[in-house]
Design a binder for this molecule. Structure first.
Ligand code: DX5
Ligand code: ZN
Length: 221
């Protein structure tokens, strides 16, 4: 049996008109992190929300923020996403011409650093940085929109990072994002995932608690 995974529901699929209540609701159902999808209309063809919206959730979220910056020039904005509740800030490899310095920037603010790769990016590009990365985010859809279909090629990338971590003793966690639900979570867990992002699957589920348990592979203790 595949190991239990952690879950990070993406608020992109929440009801923005009642965001605080929606966040409170999923937090009460046993989640590990809250996934914050930030889109700038340039790195991806969609605009979501910025740091002010994330900060407005501080009184509503009992889960730590897992921030996913789908923006160009992320160094300009990293600091604005740092709060006492921010655990990870993840940037895109494709948006960082000097990744080593961006990682250093995130760490200098006392936050854990994640790096994401798009479906067309080879996993080996992160090899030289793995010792300085706290979270590797494998995109299993083209970033930009929720509700897309899971790309099965991403399973090989998850295996790549899970195997490398075991073989070489790295401490990063492996996260997957896009098109994951209770219908396919098990194959993702079998590939060795640590943390699963799920937007529409959780927020649109008729029974959110059951969906969360099924995606994790077990209820939280
Ligand atoms: C896509 C975002 C994802 C997305 C996941 O660009 O990064 O986090 O919201 O949504 P679902 O789970 O609906 O595919
Ligand atoms: Zn995301």
């Amino acid at each position: 049996m595949a190991k239990v995974a952690m879950i990070s529901p993406s608020i992109l699929a929440a009801d923005f008109a009642r965001l605080g209540e929606d966040v409170k609701d999923v937090c009460a159902r046993g989640i590990d992190y809250l996934h914050i999808d930030v889109m700038d209309g340039a790195f991806v063809p969609n605009i979501s929300f910025g740091p002010a919206v994330m900060k407005s959730l501080l009184g509503y979220s009992s889960a730590k923020f897992d921030v996913h910056l789908m923006i160009e020039g992320p160094d300009r904005y990293i600091e604005k996403f740092v709060t006492d509740n921010t655990e990870f800030i993840t940037v895109h490899y494709e948006a960082c011409p000097d990744l080593a310095s961006t990682l250093e920037h995130i760490h200098s603010l006392g936050v854990k650093a994640g790096v994401s790769i798009k479906p067309g990016t080879a996993p080996e590009v992160l090899d030289e940085f793995l010792g300085d990365i706290d979270l590797v985010l494998v995109m299993s859809v083209e970033p930009g929109f929720g509700g897309q279909k899971f790309m099965p090629d991403s399973l090989n990338k998850i295996r790549y990072y899970a195997d490398k971590k075991a073989a070489e003793g790295y401490s990063y966690i492996v996260e997957v994002d896009g098109g994951v639900s209770s219908a396919n979570a098990e194959i993702v867990r079998e590939a060795g995932i640590d943390l699963i992002v799920a937007g529409s699957a959780v927020f649109k589920a008729p029974d959110r608690t059951a969906e969360i348990i099924a995606i994790r592979g077990e209820a939280m203790k």
